[in-house]
Design a protein around this ligand. Structure first.
Ligand code: 5GP
Ligand code: ZN
Length: 139
C-alpha cells in the first residue's frame, strides 16, 4: 500500500534497524521504544489486522516471535517480555499494517503500566450471555 509507513520500510523507502527478515516477514526496532529491545514483527503483505490475515501469515509471525524472543533473552536477558498486537483504532492501533510488538522489560525499567489493569469482578450474567454469543459464532 503506497501510503503505508510499514510498506515503505519493507520496500526500503524508509530506513529501519532490521532485526530479521525472510520471504514473508520483517522484524525491526520500534523507533519509539517503550523499553530496551522493543521490536515489531510485520508480514510483508499489507494487511491491516488479524481479521484480514491468513492463518499461514499468523503462523509465520508467531514463528518469528518465538525465534526472536529467544534472541532477546540471550542478548539482553530481560525479566519479562510482553507480546502485544492491536486490531483497530478503538484499541489504539496507530499504524494500520498488522504488527506484533515484542516488549522486553529489564531490571530497573519498572513495571509496564499498560499491563496493570484493575481487577474488577464482572457481571456473571452478562459474561455468560456474551460467551454464548461468541461460542455460537465460532466457524
Ligand atoms: P500501534 O499501531 O500498535 O499502536 O503501534 C505502532 C508502533 O509503530 C508504535 O510503537 C510506533 O512507535 C511505531 N512506529 C511508527 N512509525 C514508525 C516508523 O517509521 N519506524 C519504526 N521503526 N516504528 C514506527
Ligand atoms: Zn502496509
Amino acid at each position: 500500500m503506497s501510503d503505508c509507513i510499514f510498506c515503505k520500510i519493507i520496500k526500503g523507502e524508509i530506513p529501519c534497524f532490521k532485526v530479521y527478515e525472510d520471504d514473508s516477514v520483517l522484524a525491526f526496532a520500534d523507533i519509539n521504544p517503550i523499553s530496551k529491545g522493543h521490536i515489531l514483527i510485520i508480514p510483508k503483505r499489507h494487511i491491516e489486522n488479524m481479521w484480514e490475515a491468513t492463518e499461514e501469515e499468523l503462523v509465520t509471525v508467531m514463528r518469528t516471535a518465538k525465534k526472536l524472543i529467544h534472541a532477546i533473552k540471550d542478548a539482553i536477558n530481560p525479566e519479562g517480555v510482553a507480546v502485544l498486537q492491536l486490531n483497530g483504532k478503538a484499541v489504539n492501533q496507530v499504524v494500520m499494517h498488522y504488527h506484533f510488538h515484542l516488549i522486553p522489560r529489564s531490571e530497573g525499567e519498572g513495571k509496564l503500566s499498560m499491563t496493570e489493569w484493575e481487577l474488577i469482578p464482572g457481571n456473571m450474567e452478562e459474561i455468560k450471555q456474551t460467551v454464548g454469543k461468541i461460542t455460537a459464532a465460532i466457524k
